[in-house]
Ligand binder design. Structure first.
Ligand code: ARG
Length: 731
């Protein structure tokens, strides 16, 4: 769209180029980039939406006191979006958002993750630990925050800020059922308070088998074309008097202020598409130095370490369904961003983002010349990066390597316990409490622990630390001792022997010794434990020598980032009025169109995928590309019901749009021009995985599961006509 606009402009209006260029660019380019604040849709953004096809009024999109679209959009669990689709609090979200709850509800006998599940009545719905949050209002509290922090140095500001936030949110919510959070926008130049109602009784209603909900697995993840039925269904309950409440048999289905009708009318290439949701984080004002650190050090370290961990888990998961259920959820989230960060590096390089950022910075520097507040900004910033860069790899090897072993992570909590127990003047009561916490922590650890894979992870990550982190940064004496006892440090077998000993002799797995320790908890027992010893050697080294450097780095980086954004906002107030703040898990709206694309030379990607393509990918018995027999049978009979797309004579499984979204938007409703649900956003495309830092207006696409396929799966595959009847279907 944007590209075509400019071309026409050049052809027909060459002569007026300079004066009109700016005006037209504002209308034509970057139309799809932007995660807009729904309460602040300026006239220009709203008019753009209308031009692209929107048929709703501004008030229908967002109003505080009357019901509007925003009332149907929820924060689902800890990091996803969901939407209300019935007058009885029914929720649609992604399968990968419900994944943990589905796996937790499953056993090897009742394997809902593998086989799918449908509650045919309210009393069959399954209790979960999930919560959902409804947005009540958004208030700009920048003036109050700034007023309280006035005159403070940066360090004092950092220290005081949370206190100021707490005071403001307390004032806004005391005596209500609400909770509020303050979100920093434009890197701390604007503060918005979002107020929510949190509901704690959320029940699992249904999901297709994993072979449908995660079809294509990690091979197809972050890629188009895609044939994943990435949806699951939940319901939110409230107390009988209509309030948020903890789980109770007496609760009743939530009565929404607004719910989304579901359209099965279909759409064409180019149709309007709008997405509401909670994008988690972008960094569109990242510096060239930040890009370089990411592509050269952080991403490759993370990817290499996760690669090893994933392979180890996968080996056990495919052997045993019980292990698979235990590790599935953790595996999926580690794998998701393993592939993301690998793709991000590739795309940042392809788009030459580092060089583009350098150009932007040169322009900024030219403007900053002679302005004392800004002219040294980038020179200072470079020094901050130079100081931290030698230690950045160490940090990744701690978080993704050493602590990537679940036993080592549990060992680190034992090391913490050891320190607390060694403190002078610990009372026996305090000791008891610490021990009880450790006992609870151990239960949680053991519930999701698979020893075989973890033992390999421990050995391999320790070895990778030894090989790849600068020797001068190793914990004093640790590897020397290991080598002396187990052999040549260049030989992987040395680390395997050591890991076997750690697993064989730690307290963590030995119920008898653990009980004895609980009866008589001493710091000395923990000091002897090899898992605690390993974790504390690395953590103490990190905390003493490198964490302070990291904190200094982030502190300065934030301070300079805030100044940079302040400069950008000041430099061109007209442009500044049209900027959107980076994603920060606050509610946003994005608009665009359903749109095909050309990922690379000579290749064209259609805007939809159908069941035909799914059948082409089908591999019987495969871990990622298998399909339920019933689905194949229905497909062969062409039993598509009311969900068939006439153009394709098939069910459309998924489609793509030009919307600007990111992780956190998962489960977000894709809404047509009339405010009806046409799909659920669930992914971004590989060719634009640089999107957190640099949005590409030609290649960026959002991947969505089609509402018609969702309903087909519910009705035909799942037989859950009870759910179909509950919806408001627009034909
Ligand atoms: N990439 C998707 C997202 O971040 C998650 C897809 C989950 N599937 C998977 N194969 N891990 O929203």
């Amino acid at each position: 769209m944007s590209y075509i606009c400019l071309l026409k402009f050049n052809l027909f209006m060459k002569k007026l180029l300079i004066t009109l260029a700016l005006v037209l660019t504002a209308f034509c380019t970057f139309a799809d980039e932007g995660m807009w604040l729904p309460h602040l849709l300026g006239k220009q953004v709203y008019d753009d939406m209308v031009k692209r096809g929107l048929k709703l009024t501004k008030e229908q999109l967002y109003t505080v006191n009357k019901s509007s679209l925003k009332d149907a959009i929820i924060i689902f669990g800890g990091g996803c979006t969901g939407e209300i689709v019935s007058p009885q609090g029914l929720i649609f979200t992604n399968h990968h958002c419900g994944y943990d709850a589905i796996a937790t509800a499953s056993t090897v006998q009742n394997n809902y993750l593998r086989d799918g599940f449908w509650a045919k009545s309210l009393d069959q719905e399954i209790q979960t630990d999930l919560t959902v949050q409804f947005l009540s209002r958004i208030d700009d509290v920048t003036a109050q925050v700034e007023d309280s922090l006035k005159g403070l140095s940066w360090n004092d500001r950092v220290r005081a800020q949370q206190r100021v936030f707490d005071a403001l949110t307390r004032k806004a919510t005391t005596g209500t059922d609400r909770e509020a959070r303050i979100y920093s926008c434009f890197k701390g130049n604007q503060f918005l308070m979002y107020t929510f109602e949190r509901y704690r009784d959320v029940r699992f209603v249904g999901a297709p088998p994993e072979s449908v909900g995660k079809f294509g697995g990690d091979t197809d993840n972050w890629e188009w074309p895609r044939h994943t039925g990435d949806f699951s269904v939940f319901r939110v309950y409230m107390s009988k008097d209509g309030k948020p409440a903890a789980y109770s048999k007496d609760n009743v289905p939530y009565k929404p202020k607004h719910f989304l009708p579901v359209s099965i009318k279909g759409f064409k290439d180019g149709d309007y598409a709008m997405i509401y949701g909670y994008p988690g984080g972008t960094n569109r004002y990242e510096t060239s130095m930040g890009v370089k650190l990411k592509t050269d050090v952080e991403n490759p370290s993370l990817v290499g370490l996760r690669d090893v961990r994933l392979k180890s888990m996968f080996e056990e998961m495919r052997k045993d369904p019980a292990v698979k259920l235990k590790l599935a959820s953790n595996y999926a989230s580690v794998a998701n961003y393993w592939k993301f960060f690998d793709g991000e590096t590739k795309q940042l390089k392809k788009f030459r983002t580092y060089e583009a950022k350098q150009k932007e910075e040169e322009t900024f520097n030219a403007w900053a010349k002679g302005k004392p507040a800004y002219e040294n900004l980038f020179a200072d910033w470079q020094k901050v990066y130079d100081e931290w860069t030698p230690y950045a790899k160490h940090r990744m090897y701690m978080t993704e390597g050493v602590l990537g072993s679940p036993l080592a992570a549990f060992g680190s909590s034992l090391a913490g316990l050891e320190q607390a127990m060694s403190a002078p003047n610990v009372t026996p009561e305090a000791l008891k409490k610490l021990a009880a916490n450790a006992d609870a922590g151990r239960k949680i650890f053991l519930e999701s622990e698979d020893r075989a894979s973890d033992q390999r992870i421990l050995a391999q990550t320790a070895m990778m630390f030894y090989q790849n982190v600068d020797k001068s940064q190793h914990p004093a004496g640790f590897f020397e001792e290991l080598g002396a006892k187990y052999g040549d440090l260049k030989d992987p077998a040395t680390f395997s022997k050591w890991a076997a000993d750690v697993f064989g002799s730690t307290l963590a797995f030995d119920d008898t010794r653990w009980k004895a320790f609980m009866d008589n908890p001493t710091a000395e027992a923990l000091r002897q434990d090899p898992a605690a010893k390993y974790a504390s050697a690395f953590l103490n080294n990190y905390r003493t020598n490198y964490l302070p450097k990291f904190l200094a780095f982030t502190n300065r980086n934030n301070e300079l980032g805030r100044l940079y954004l302040k400069g950008i906002l000041e430099r061109d107030p007209v442009k500044a009025a049209k900027l959107y703040p980076d994603a920060n898990f606050s509610m946003r709206t994005s608009f665009g169109n359903v749109k095909s694309y050309r990922p690379r030379d000579a290749v064209f990607y259609d805007y939809v995928c159908t069941m035909k393509g799914m059948m082409e990918k089908y591999v019987p018995g495969d871990y990622e590309f298998d399909l339920p027999a019933k689905l194949i049978d229905l497909y062969n009979k062409k039993d598509f019901g009311q969900y068939k797309d006439p153009k394709y004579n098939d069910v459309v499984v998924s489609f793509i749009t030009t919307n600007d979204i990111t992780g956190g938007n998962s489960g977000s409703p894709v809404i047509n021009a009339s405010g009806e649900l046409i799909g659920l956003a669930f992914d971004g495309n590989y060719e634009a995985l640089s999107h957190k830092i640099a949005f590409d207006k030609d290649l960026n696409r959002t991947i969505c599961v089609d509402a018609r396929y969702v309903l087909w799966c519910i009705e035909k595959l799942g037989g859950a006509t009870n759910i179909i009847q509950e919806l408001k279907i627009v034909k």
